[in-house]
Design a protein around this ligand. Structure first.
Ligand SMILES: *Cc1c(COP(=O)(O)O)cnc(C)c1O
Length: 461
């Protein structure tokens, strides 16, 4: 018979192994010594059990589900640095295939250029830099000053556009929204254009309500300005979300290179491109739309390489995953997926409207697969932020409530993204959970100010 042994502490830990049952997690000083892999795994794993569940995150536009085969490609290529073009020429070639396919999807007239980016933010920074440099070239060719560039866009843009202007010293000319108009059109843009305008940015699928700016109208305005005033002002389309929705749901709606002044387009592969985070795209109409001065040549890796990026090293996995989706789904597959999302969004919109509590915003227009809604009529006991908070507390759904940008900022709305993680069963469950949250609030009234602050989940870009 084995005798009872008294274990010292190290032996006990080695045997029963979970040191963080009683110890706090390292969080300030750089750790002096390490720990066993199992301990590290458990430590991180335990932290993440308190993290939000991506399945219930209806705030984000970013992909929360991919096929197992795509996940396998990602897992098998995590060790591949995308920027090592000389060492990994196949990844570079696959990037170029994706660029050509997107140019085709966006109806580019001929040979074009573009690149992968970390997301639409990097793509927008690069695209807008190219606008700035092309404008400078035009000004200098005419011996005119090029020190006061401006960029025109609506208040419905993503924060990255203002960031660009501040980081790269361009005057933002922001067209405010109004209380019942959440996108912009040519009449809004016209007064802001002059010889120092490097470009106009229009949104295809706004972050706020999922609608498009009047891109056709803005294109016509810019053509008119070119004819009348000799100013050739390019139009950049921010298709972060819409670039993978419109070509499939609304193929006859023009917003892309079919319109003459549209010179560049960005799109997030990790939104409706259906890839996990870390991939975006910038596509130019023609090779000449990329300012040559922004391309750098280096030969660190044994072969001269042209780069046009803000980042340098980054993974190749998401580029490969994007290509997987393109060949796996094709136009037919993307059309099918987007139609299903739209159908579920419509089902949710119908449910919310029929509940009598809500009005749905703009679902009769071309829109991303989402539901933007707000309380119908006057309800003084609680507002949309209270519902967001209650819904999250009761059922863990993340559905943000937020005010629209100026001058529509008196309007508060909620927005539920419908992605591949949301099946019809869950549409019905969410409907019921929203009704239950409202019933709770009918009894107890709205949240305290502190709870409200906590419930400020942002718009979840
Ligand atoms: C999400 C989004 C961005 C930012 O894109 P990332 O891919 O998150 O960097 C820019 N513009 C719009 C309209 C967006 O929806």
């Amino acid at each position: 018979m084995q005798s009872m042994t008294k274990l010292n502490e190290a032996e006990a830990v080695a045997l029963f192994g979970n040191r963080f049952l009683t110890e706090m997690a390292p969080s300030t000083a750089f750790p002096e010594s390490g720990m066993r892999p199992l301990d590290a795994l458990r430590l991180v794993g335990a932290e993440l059990t308190m993290e939000g569940d991506p399945q219930r995150n209806l705030a984000t536009f970013v992909t929360t589900w991919m096929e197992p085969e795509a996940q396998r490609i990602i897992a098998e290529n995590l060790h591949r640095n995308f920027i090592d073009h000389a060492e990994y020429p196949i990844s570079a070639e696959i990037e170029q295939r994706c660029v050509r396919m997107l140019a085709d999807l966006f109806n580019a007239p001929g040979e074009t250029t573009g690149c992968r980016t970390q997301g639409s933010s990097e793509a927008i920074m690069l695209g807008a830099l190219s606008l700035k440099w092309k404008w400078k070239e035009r000004r200098q060719a005419e011996k005119l000053s090029a020190d006061r560039p401006n960029l025109v866009f609506g208040g419905d843009v993503h924060v990255v556009w203002e960031k660009f202007c501040r980081y790269f010293d361009v005057e933002p000319r922001i067209v405010p929204l109004s209380e019942n108009k959440y996108t912009i059109g040519p009449e809004d843009v016209a007064p802001h254009l002059d010889e120092n305008t490097i470009g106009v940015a229009a949104v295809l699928g706004t972050t706020f309500t999922g609608h498009m700016d009047d891109i056709v109208g803005i294109n016509e305005l810019l053509l008119e300005v070119k004819k009348q005033r000799g100013l050739d002002i390019p139009l950049h389309v921010d298709g972060a979300s819409g670039g993978f929705v419109w070509p499939f749901l609304y193929p006859d709606s023009k917003w892309d290179f079919r319109l003459e002044q549209v010179r560049s387009i960005n799109v997030s592969g990790h939104k409706y491109g259906l890839v996990y985070p870390g991939i975006g795209w910038l596509i130019f109409r023609e090779t000449a739309d990329l300012a040559k001065d922004l391309v750098f040549y280096e030969n660190y890796l044994g072969k001269t390489d042209a780069t046009f990026t803000l980042n340098f090293s980054t993974g190749a996995a998401m580029v490969l995953a994007q290509y997987y989706n393109f060949v796996r789904l094709g136009r037919a597959g993307y059309t099918y997926v987007m139609s299903q999302l739209q159908e579920n969004a419509r089902a949710l919109a119908t449910n919310l409207r029929e509940s009598g509590r809500f009005e749905v915003i703009g679902d009769e227009l071309e829109q991303l697969p989402l539901v933007a809604f707000r309380l119908a009529g006057k309800n003084n006991a609680y507002d949309e932020s209270d519902i967001a908070w209650q819904l999250s507390a009761e059922r863990g759904w993340m559905v943000p409530a937020y005010t629209l940008p100026p001058n529509a900022d008196k309007v508060k709305i909620m927005r539920a993204l419908v992605k591949e993680t949301m099946n019809r069963e869950q549409v019905e469950r969410l409907t019921q959970d929203i009704a239950d949250a409202c019933k709770t609030l009918d009894h107890k009234g709205g949240a305290t100010q502190t709870e409200r602050e906590k419930a400020k989940t942002g718009t979840g870009y």
